[in-house]
Ligand binder design. Structure first.
Ligand code: IMP
Length: 218
């Protein structure tokens, strides 16, 4: 199946593409589809924003569309930055400023109280209006400084509790306390919020597609 990966975030697009392609989908980016659209993320939850983006991009491209709304929820900050993760420091998508602000907000928080979780809400939308919503999360903690250069966003500050083992279903405790940005792609995808949400999507999609449409006979 060919799907539109509905994001303007290059880091997220790379991940959506590699995970969805591994799961057997053909992926088209917004750029490949000639779509220049930036729907306002006015929802109060990740799921609302994912649904809103999936609907807007699906209407624009006419293809089955996968949208992800995601973010980092830090316990010591009452769940912030949460749905505001992309614009935590004010400017949408300024990763460096967001990371600086997060480190400053966490400066006085001791090890042991730096728990956080990454959350991804994914909405798969068909041009006929049917939609399937799934989500995934990844528990971890916030480091005291940035490490690693892979990935995007808060990756250099987020230390997941476990890491994936490439070529296997297994995960291992992250005893070396490597950040998301220090993991190989396959190590991150196996345990990441987005990897987990998309694995759930692939699992639930066949039954969703076979379900009779409302109003159809049989
Ligand atoms: P949105 O889903 O477009 O609202 O943006 C999500 C924001 O959360 C991104 O801009 C990043 O700051 C952050 N984010 C989401 N997923 C990840 C990830 O896998 N690594 C690092 N940051 C992420």
């Amino acid at each position: 199946m060919t799907v539109c990966a509905a994001t303007n975030n290059p880091g997220k697009l790379r991940e959506l593409r590699r995970i969805l392609e591994r799961l057997g989908y053909t992926v088209k980016s917004l750029r490949e589809l000639g779509i220049d659209l930036d729907p306002a993320e006015t929802g109060a939850t990740f799921a609302e924003n994912a649904a809103l983006k999936a609907a807007a991009f699906c209407a624009a491209c006419g293809l089955p569309t996968v949208a992800d709304d995601s973010g980092l929820c830090v316990a010591a900050l009452g769940g912030a930055p949460g749905v505001y993760s992309a614009r935590y420091a004010g400017t949408h998508g300024d990763d460096a400023a967001n990371n600086r602000k997060l480190l400053a907000a966490m400066a006085a928080v001791p090890a042991g109280q730096r728990g956080a979780s990454f959350v991804s809400a994914v909405c798969f939308r068909l041009p006929d209006g049917r939609a399937l919503a799934v989500s995934g999360s990844c528990p971890g903690s916030i480091a005291f400084g940035e490490t690693g250069h892979n990935g995007f966003g808060y990756d250099p500050l987020f230390v997941p509790d476990a890491v994936g083992v490439p070529g296997s279903e297994k995960t291992l405790p992250n005893t070396a306390r490597r950040s998301y940005a220090e993991l190989a792609d396959a190590e991150k995808d196996a345990i990441s919020h987005r990897g987990r949400a998309l694995a759930k999507l692939a699992e639930e999609l066949p039954a969703f597609l076979n379900r009779p449409q409302e109003g159809s006979i049989g």
